[in-house]
Design a protein around this ligand. Structure first.
Ligand code: ACO
Length: 321
């Protein structure tokens, strides 16, 4: 039986941290105290104007490849999760393939599941590898959400940041990924969306992120609790065998409420929202890589990653690292 195992991680945050007080200095009518109390966010990073999603993704990818000890040409599948691609087409994944100098004709495509994109990408890659069709996948979450923020809307612009995280997932004799679950409810798409598009050479509609914050909050707490339970049940493992929960880093209050529902102590939760903000599809692989590099996440440990995002989409994966 073929299993799929994570063998390398990498990430990248552009530029210097931008604190809440830096946002105030840039003219946002807010306060450090309001942002910290409601969200837990103290700082975030923003890409430079000429820095693209594929550029962030490439740095994270190179770091993941180095940590896996493989070469770029060993990768036969690239999946980039993003809602802020460089272009309408081609996919950001094909740009990453070219940037890595890969000429092996492997598959490359993007997935669009907003803040749950990395969990979707990981799950798709796992199916490819377990089927035997592909041997080594590079799965990336990368975003420049700063480009779709309305800086006159203080209820959303203080929440997000830019960044990228990546993993290498490869065929193995032992698990690996033990359970995954993906869900969507398209009826709720207007609670969190960017309702514009490009047509006839113009942007039509509203090109900025819009959100009903309180509705998103309630929905996120419910589904993040449910889907973590779903993957532990499906893997047949008890809650207390989980070493780390790595949830989507949207808001510390959502994360704390989820942990409470799951009866998981706060010492088992990886938190990066304080210094990254919400980096959408990048948030989970960024948090995973930070926890690997600072020694919290170690080989052999059992991890649950989970996400929720616009659509709505939500999902989780349980794996032995
Ligand atoms: N600074 C200061 N005051 C603000 C700010 C700000 N940045 N933003 C809003 N306010 C004010 C409002 O104007 C309002 O003032 P009023 O009472 O005088 O009218 C007051 O704060 C309360 O506004 P609410 O929108 O009711 O604030 P709420 O308590 O709901 O907190 C928040 C807003 C933080 C967005 C919350 O709803 C939340 O955490 N939602 C979750 C959404 C989320 O995390 N989304 C991330 C993307 S989704 C995802 O990743 C799954």
């Amino acid at each position: 039986m073929i299993h799929a195992k994570i063998t390398g991680t990498g990430s990248y945050l552009p530029g210097a941290p931008v604190t809440n007080n830096d946002l105030i200095r840039r003219g946002i009518n807010t306060s450090d105290e309001w942002i910290i109390t409601r969200t837990g966010i103290r700082s975030r990073h923003f890409a430079a104007p000429d820095e693209t999603t594929s550029a962030l993704a490439l740095v994270a990818a190179r770091r993941a490849i180095e940590s896996a000890g493989c070469s770029a040409d060993d990768i036969d599948l690239i999946i980039v999760a993003t809602s802020t691609p460089d272009f309408i087409f081609p996919s950001t994944a094909t740009l990453v393939q070219a940037g890595l100098g890969i000429h092996n004709g492997g598959a490359a495509f993007d997935v669009q599941a907003v803040c749950c994109g990395f969990v979707y990408g990981l799950t798709v890659a796992e199916k490819f590898i377990r089927s035997g069709s592909h041997k080594r996948a590079l799965v990336i979450g990368a975003e420049v959400f700063s480009r779709i923020l309305d800086w006159d809307d203080r209820s959303t612009c203080v929440l997000f940041g830019d960044g990228a995280g990546a993993i290498i997932l490869e065929a193995a004799n032992q698990p690996g990924i033990r359970a995954t679950a993906l869900h969507a409810d398209g009826h709720q798409h207007k609670l969190l969306w960017v309702p514009g598009n490009v047509s006839g050479g113009k942007v039509t509609g509203d090109p900025f992120l819009r959100m009903d914050g309180q509705a998103v909050f309630k929905f996120a707490v419910k589904v993040l609790g449910d889907v973590a339970q779903e993957v532990t049940d499906s893997a047949g493992v008890p809650h207390d065998s989980i070493d780390w929960l790595i949830p989507h880093q949207a808001n510390i209050r959502i994360i704390q409420s989820t942990a409470k529902r799951l009866k998981l102590p706060s010492e088992k939760i990886v938190l990066t929202v304080d210094s990254h903000g919400n980096t959408s599809a990048a948030s989970v692989p960024l948090a995973l890589d930070c926890a690997v590099r600072d020694g919290r996440v170690r080989p052999g440990q059992r991890i649950v990653v989970e996400g929720v995002g616009g659509g709505f989409t939500w999902g989780a994966a349980l794996f032995d690292f």
